[in-house]
Design a protein around this ligand. Structure first.
Ligand code: CTP
Ligand SMILES: C[C@](O)(CO)[C@H](O)COP(=O)(O)O
Length: 232
């Protein structure tokens, strides 16, 4: 069997402004352990992942090494590195310390309900073209607004996906794309697929995530997460 050389980059360097909490949302306790531990546990237990790079704020590096990595026995964590101002800066820091990686899975530490089936499907999709994003078909009708706040158009819902993480790429493809986009000082980059869309001609495959794979963003998401823990 071929040696597994896939790296997960778990992002935990955000400020969580929309959560309005004293501690960053990725460190808030959920069902007895910090939110961040759920995705780390999933990658730790997945046979498809060789190592994990944890990206966090400079001021949290030592705390994460002691209170997250050591305390919970996440032996696959090969580096804990400092992130940057924006999400894409943090991703670049993680990509910069990957070594001998085939596929990289970029995941929000604020999405606790990733599971191994999502990883399996995402990697299988990425193997087809070199790139995949996890997402789910939109349950709502989506409208595009004009600059005055009026409805401009309504895309056909059957083509609308709500995008999640992990977003999975052949390592060299996404590293080169990030290196190239950073030279252009672009703003408004909210996910990794956008970087690949701008900088490469790769076809990015959609892969089914789950409606449970939510991002903890605002306080009500924590209530939903607590409910999921009780129900599933
Ligand atoms: N500079 C940043 C910004 C975000 N993230 C991470 O990227 C994920 C998704 O981002 P988001 O939900 O936007 O987190 P925050 O930026 O922390 O939230 P907010 O926009 O409300 O401040 C989170 O796991 C967050 O920790 C990061 O590592 N570095
Ligand atoms: C990457 C992402 O989680 C996909 O939904 C999302 O785009 C992150 O965006 P945010 O603005 O940082 O919440």
């Amino acid at each position: 069997m071929k040696e597994c050389r896939n790296t997960a980059i778990v992002l935990a360097a955000g400020q969580g402004k929309r959560m309005h909490s004293k501690i960053q949302k990725q460190f808030i306790e959920l069902g007895g352990m910090p939110v961040l531990c759920y995705s780390l546990r999933c990658f730790q237990e997945s046979p498809l992942i060789r190592n994990i790079i944890l990206v966090t704020g400079e001021e949290h590096i030592d705390w994460c090494k002691e209170e997250i990595v050591k305390k919970y026995g996440f032996t696959k964590v090969s580096a804990v590195v400092s992130g940057g101002k924006e999400r894409y800066d943090s991703v670049y820091e993680g990509l910069s310390v990957c070594r001998d990686t085939d596929y990289v899975l970029i995941h929000d530490g604020a999405r606790p309900f990733i599971d191994n089936a999502i990883i399996e499907r995402g990697l299988a999709a990425a193997a087809e073209t070199g790139a995949s994003v996890v997402g789910m078909p939109s349950k709502d009708t989506v409208k595009i607004a004009d600059d005055e706040g009026n409805v401009k158009e309504t895309p056909d819902r059957s083509n609308v996906w709500i995008v999640q993480t992990p977003q999975i790429f052949r390592y060299s493809l996404i590293y080169d794309a990030y290196t190239s986009i950073r030279e252009k000082n672009m703003t408004g980059i909210t996910d990794d697929a956008m970087v690949a869309e701008h900088e490469t001609g790769v076809k990015i495959r959609f892969s089914e995530g789950s409606y449970r794979n939510i991002k903890i963003t605002t306080p009500e998401d924590l209530a939903v997460a607590e409910a999921f823990l009780k129900l599933f």
